[in-house]
Write a new protein. Structure first.
Length: 65
């Protein structure tokens, strides 16, 4: 399936948001995820079905000084 992940076009076999995160080696409870500009809570990622052409944003907190 063709997806846009953080602004980059990717061809991924994952069908759920949780599968996508695992395929891209994203781990941790600290991630924030959005699909087509809608926030997807961590508890819903395993059931959240992706569709061809979806735009996914994966965000992680950054520390600054």
């Amino acid at each position: 399936m063709k997806l846009m992940v953080n602004g980059e076009a990717r061809e991924i076999a994952a069908t759920t948001l949780a599968e996508l995160l695992a395929a891209l080696d994203y781990e941790g409870d600290w991630l924030a995820t959005a699909v087509n500009s809608d926030l997807v809570h961590k508890a819903n990622r395993a059931e959240f079905q992706l569709s061809d052409g979806d735009r996914i944003e994966i965000l992680s907190p950054m520390q600054g000084g």
